[in-house]
Write a new protein. Structure first.
Length: 362
């Protein structure tokens, strides 16, 4: 199924109902006066983030959304009912941008956040409000005001605590399946992963975090080559980067340099974030300790990590397919998070929604 992470839609709020022109008619009150009620207010349109969604595929069903109109007023001073609000659910991490200016309107970066994107029109006043001493039988009532309308772009940037970054066929999907309950498509060829995947990793202390598998990055991804450009933005918000390297690579240090260069070209800030290295596929290297140690030393060469003062990230030698070393890797991940992880904040009632995004999500 196609992975939709950006789409333009048109949204309309409900129109306000018209005020009524009415006069009291009772048997013994021939000139009862105006009694036209007010029109009801139009419904607002709300966008809500939902942790149960991971893409915007459902929005493809329609590109035009609207809330309910307010009902017109009636006689006997009866106001019309207000229109019902309408709601569209989107994945957590969805940005809402103005389609004409590109301005960021809202960023739904927490579960069950809501944002009123357009407000309903005010209902018109009935003729009862316009009676004066000189005009005791007004025949005028206000029409309801139209609801707001705007075109917006929904743009998804996946939220995860840690992101797996590597060349195609480095074993990222296998690693995700090994440490979470996520079952991505896995095969022995490049570009198995065509869409980002997120799984929940847990440790023995019952903590949990969100781990994202980003589709394979190749050289020139930031310029549109391969699949990387379409999905590089999904790593913008991860707090920790895990470089996944195939131990049997002809040039593992070159792979690290290539991956960092692509991340840097997309956003300089990405390579400054905390990182770990997962040296994967030990089973293919027959667990040769000396060979693995030599590869690990090459990956920790100070010249590869100038942005960290020459201090390289810790290297974990693992076999994702046999789940060797993966438990130690997961335990290490949690040491980077003193406070609640995104995986823990997504639990019902676990964390209040702050009024502004934390710096790590900007």
């Amino acid at each position: 199924m196609k992975f939709v992470d950006e789409i333009e839609i048109r949204i309309r709020a409900g129109h306000g109902g018209a005020g009524a022109v009415s006069f009291l008619r009772e048997k013994y009150r021939a000139q009862g006066g105006p009694d036209g009620g007010d029109g009801g207010r139009g419904g607002d349109f709300i966008i809500r983030s939902s942790p149960s969604l991971q893409n915007l595929n459902h929005v493809l069903q329609t590109r035009n959304y609207r809330a309910e109109n307010g009902e017109p007023g009636r006689g006997n001073n009866q106001s019309g009912a207000g229109g019902s609000d309408a709601e569209l659910r989107v994945p957590v991490g969805t940005e809402i941008l103005d389609a004409e200016t590109g301005e960021l309107i809202a960023d739904l970066y927490r579960s069950d956040q809501t944002f009123v994107i357009v407000k309903g029109g005010k209902g018109g006043l009935g003729n009862q409000h316009f009676a004066t001493s000189s005009n005791q039988a007004p025949t005028y009532a206000q029409p309801g005001l139209p609801g707001d309308e705007r075109r917006v772009i929904l743009r998804l940037k996946l939220l995860a605590d840690a992101g797996l970054v590597g060349l195609p066929n480095a074993g990222k999907s296998t690693l995700l399946a090994a440490v979470t309950r996520k079952l991505p498509k896995i095969a022995d060829y490049a570009f198995t992963t065509l869409t980002p995947n997120i799984g929940v990793a847990e440790n023995d202390s019952f903590r949990r975090l969100l781990l994202a598998d980003i589709p394979g990055i190749i050289e020139g991804a930031h310029m549109g080559h391969g699949l990387g450009l379409a999905f590089l933005r999904h790593i913008e918000r991860v707090r920790l980067i895990i470089y996944v390297i195939d131990v049997a690579s002809m040039d593992p240090a070159g792979e690290i340099a290539l991956l960092k260069n692509e991340l840097r070209s997309y956003s300089e800030e990405l390579i400054e974030r905390p990182a770990l290295i997962a040296l994967n596929k030990l089973d293919l290297a027959n667990y040769e300790d000396e060979f693995v140690r030599e590869v690990g030393q090459r990956l920790r060469a100070p010249e590869l990590w100038p942005e960290k003062g020459g201090v390289a990230p810790e290297v974990f030698a693992i076999s994702a397919v046999e789940k060797r070393g993966t438990r130690e890797l997961v335990e290490k991940l949690f040491t980077f998070f003193d406070g609640p992880t995104l995986g823990e904040e997504s639990l019902p009632g676990a964390h209040p929604v702050p009024s502004t995004p934390p710096e790590s999500l900007l």
